[in-house]
Design a protein around this ligand. Sequence first.
Ligand code: NAD
Ligand code: UDP
Length: 316
Amino acid sequence: MTKRIMVTGGTGFLGSHLCERLLGDGHEVLCVDNCFTGTKGNIAHLLDNHNFEFLRHDITFPLYIEVDEIYNLACPASPVHYQFDPVQTTKTCVMGAINMLGLAKRIKARIMQASTSEVYGDPEIHPQPESYWGRVNPNGVRSCYDEGKRCAETLFFDYQRQHNLEIKVARIFNTYGPRMHPNDGRVVSNFIVQALKGEPITVYGEGGQTRSFCYVDDMIEGFVRLMNSDDGFTGPVNLGNPGEFTIMELAEKVVAMTGSRSEIINNPLPSDDPRQRKPDITLAGSELAWQPGVVLDDGLKKTIDYFSAMLSRGEI
Ligand code: NAD
Ligand code: UDP
């Protein structure tokens, strides 16, 4: 059945892939974004599709529109971007959630929230299951995002309990792939761009901290399965690839795969940088029959190809 689906944050990295996927599935898609970190370039190839519309709007302000489903992705995701204007980041997480939940309540739409592994903070439990409540600094430099996203989860569950809203909450672990912003400071894009340009690869700290990297196509499949899951299943559910790598391993892999002559250097570790992160995806397996299929080497190759093409066009 064709649905009218709104994607907030639709010009961003994940949002643009989600819009593309939903159009491919035959739906009408309304992409809502204030283009803070997203670009119209990410959706340029969709603008001719008569099932696609773009609306420039900041979700910290109310929106009156009629749709069947809402994917709420609007929020800068990279530490560099979300720390640029931390007050706006909290507003986007909290007021944005209130506005989108209010909209969903009025029009009786099902709504999915893009939450994050950051709700676990710097975790003492490894890997992290959904039942873990996390270890988050409430007033550090990452708090605008971490606490904003935690409060957004609270709002989603209170709207569900209080107003019977159909909610879905995905806890997204580090995801990478084409259309990441080349300058957004996230580790995969940083290392690839540095390697391709022959610049030093900036490992923060000793590089022993770990992350688990999920390729974008796997993540989008997880979003769609979650949105279409049984009424009774709300999550929160972890979505991510359990393959765990140290940041130094990632740097070495990128250097090897690009054939770069870049040297690996150590820069200071940002404060509150989580030491380890790996999703327990048992719940996604049992409730959504979902698991990631793209291994890091294959996903990195596609991402390297994307940034190489940008470099050869002089765009980075
Ligand atoms: P992104 O920065 O590429 O996309 C975010 C989009 O939201 C951008 O297009 C931006 O312009 C838009 N936006 C920001 N504030 C807005 C506002 N107030 N009103 C309207 N639009 C606004 O990031 P992404 O990686 O695509 O992340 C998408 C979502 O997934 C975010 O909510 C993020 O927190 C979450 N997430 C992503 C990851 C990841 O690894 N990519 C991990 C965990 C969670
Ligand atoms: N990182 C790094 N060099 C960079 C960018 C990031 O060593 O140029 C590290 C960062 O300190 C963190 C990890 O890579 O330990 C992942 O960083 P990212 O900003 O991608 O995501 P997050 O910290 O939110 O997981």
